[in-house]
Design a protein around this ligand. Structure first.
Ligand SMILES: [Fe+2]
Length: 203
C-alpha cells in the first residue's frame, strides 16, 4: 500500500523551490514554472477542494485573494481567486501587478482575459493611454503569464470561476496600477488583501 503524505500543493511547492534554486533568470523561471501549475490545475483533489473555497469579496476598493502558501525562502505566494454569483456581470478593474511576476491559472469555469498595451510614455502623472490588444475566453487548465507592469483584466461570463495564482511576491503590501481607458485616467492602489485559507479544508 502506498501512503501519500504529500498533497498536490506540497508537490507543487517542492517543484517550484527546485526550479527557483536552479533558474535565476526571471523570465525563464516564470515560463518554466507553468507546467508545474498545469499539473496542480489538473489535479482532481484540487478541483474538488475548490468547490468549498469561500467566495472572494471585494471591499473598501480592494480585491480579496485566498492565501494558500507563502514561501519562507523565495517569497513566492500561492493564491486562490473565487468569483461567485455576486461577481457576475460586474466588470473587473483594468490593472497591472506592479513589479511582480504572476501565473494566473484557470481551475474551474470560464472567463475573458483582456490584455492592453500602453501607448503613452508614462511621463504625465495620473494619465495613461491604453489600447485593447487581445480578449480571449479561457477555460480550465489555461495559464496566463503576467509579467511586471503588464496591463490586463479578467471578466466573468456568468458562471462561478476559480483561479489558482502563483505570484513572485505576496500582493497586498504595495501599490498596483489602475487604468480607466474611457478618460485616460491612471491611479495606484493596494493590491488584494490576503485571506489565509487551507487549500484542502479537511486537512
Ligand atoms: Fe491581475
Amino acid at each position: 500500500m502506498v501512503i501519500q503524505t504529500q498533497n498536490a500543493l506540497d508537490r507543487f511547492v517542492t517543484k517550484a523551490r527546485e526550479l527557483f534554486e536552479k533558474e535565476t533568470d526571471l523570465d525563464k523561471r516564470w515560463n518554466a514554472l507553468a507546467p508545474a501549475l498545469a499539473e496542480l490545475l489538473a489535479d482532481p483533489t484540487v478541483i474538488e477542494a475548490s468547490k468549498h473555497w469561500p467566495d472572494c469579496v471585494p471591499a473598501d476598493g480592494r480585491a480579496e485573494n485566498l492565501l494558500f502558501y507563502e514561501d519562507p525562502d523565495y517569497g513566492f505566494a500561492v493564491n486562490g481567486l473565487t468569483k461567485g454569483a455576486a461577481r457576475q456581470g460586474v466588470p473587473s478593474r483594468i490593472h497591472d501587478h506592479a513589479h511582480i511576476y504572476t501565473l494566473y491559472g484557470v481551475l474551474d469555469g470560464h472567463e475573458r482575459i483582456e490584455r492592453y498595451e500602453r501607448l503613452d510614455d508614462g511621463s504625465k502623472p495620473d494619465y495613461a493611454e491604453i489600447r485593447l490588444v487581445s480578449n480571449n475566453m479561457v477555460e480550465p487548465g489555461e495559464i496566463d503569464l503576467v509579467g511586471p507592469y503588464e496591463i490586463h483584466t479578467e471578466n466573468t461570463v456568468g458562471e462561478r470561476t476559480v483561479a489558482v495564482i502563483i505570484r513572485s511576491e505576496k500582493s497586498g503590501g504595495f501599490n498596483q496600477g489602475r487604468y480607466i481607458p474611457e478618460t485616460n485616467q491612471y491611479y495606484e492602489s493596494l493590491g488584494p488583501r490576503q485571506t489565509p485559507v487551507k487549500m484542502f479544508p479537511s486537512n
